[in-house]
Design a protein. Structure first.
Length: 56
């Protein structure tokens, strides 16, 4: 029985240096055959998510 590929690989992957991510700024990225957006919240927490809403 083969395993289905996951939409985003499991584990930790480098996508950006922390100092390159300024609060209030977003960075478009393309990894894992997926368009992503990386940003830092006003509280300083980094967030990586799909760039497009799945409902659109």
């Amino acid at each position: 029985m083969s395993r289905f590929p996951m939409p985003i690989p499991y584990g930790w992957y480098f996508v950006s240096y922390s100092e390159d991510l300024v609060p209030g700024e977003s960075k478009p990225l393309h990894y894992f055959d997926t368009e992503l957006v990386l940003f830092r919240t006003e509280k300083g927490e980094p967030v990586l998510m799909e760039a497009y809403c799945p409902h659109m």
